[in-house]
Ligand binder design. Structure first.
Ligand code: FES
Ligand code: FES
Length: 170
């Protein structure tokens, strides 16, 4: 058993894990943060996406040792009262079906809008290309991102640079 301190949603959290710190995947369930989902476990579905220093990452593939140096934001920390423009747009467009993929989708969408306030369809497809929705909500996701962009409200999280793949390839 090893103990790590992770900064999650602005607060230090102690995590005890019975695993090699070089291995990826601290489950949100361990911390009572159930919004982030575990899907494939091999970086193919995007359900586990959170932000590390504002950049969307696959938490299932992120080394705990790398995460201790940064600031993690989960879906619970995106907005205190679900007031993030992307969350409002998600509700307005009635995007979710089963919901399993949605927190990962929202985290990548929020990072996209922070970097590109007026994304075109191709930008959305690139940013969310690694996410799988088994319910096929892709069209409503696009509509919600465009709606959030039209709202003109600057989303709160700003990636300092780099891409999801940059992080996951480390
Ligand atoms: S669970 Fe991490 S990408 Fe699928
Ligand atoms: S809403 Fe069901 S998997 Fe996306």
């Amino acid at each position: 058993m090893a103990e790590f301190i992770l900064k999650i949603n602005g607060a230090p959290r102690t995590v005890n894990v019975a695993q090699d710190p070089e291995q990826g995947g601290v489950g949100g369930d361990t911390l009572g943060l159930t919004g982030t989902k575990y899907g494939c476990g091999i970086s193919l579905c995007g359900a586990c996406t959170v932000h590390l220093d504002g950049v969307p990452i696959r938490s299932c593939q992120t080394k705990i040792a790398d995460a201790t140096a940064g600031s993690i934001t989960t879906i619970e920390g995106l907005s205190g009262n679900r007031a993030h423009p992307i969350q409002k747009a998600w509700v307005a467009e009635d995007v979710p079906q089963c919901g399993y993929c949605q927190s990962g989708m929202i985290m990548s969408a929020a990072a996209l809008l922070a970097k590109n306030p007026k994304p075109e369809d191709k930008d959305i497809d690139t940013a969310l290309g690694g996410h799988i929705c088994r319910c096929g909500t892709y069209q409503r996701i696009r509509q919600a991102i465009h709606r959030a962009a039209r709202s003109g409200t600057r989303p709160g999280t700003t990636p300092p640079g780099g891409t999801q793949n940059d992080r996951n390839d480390r």
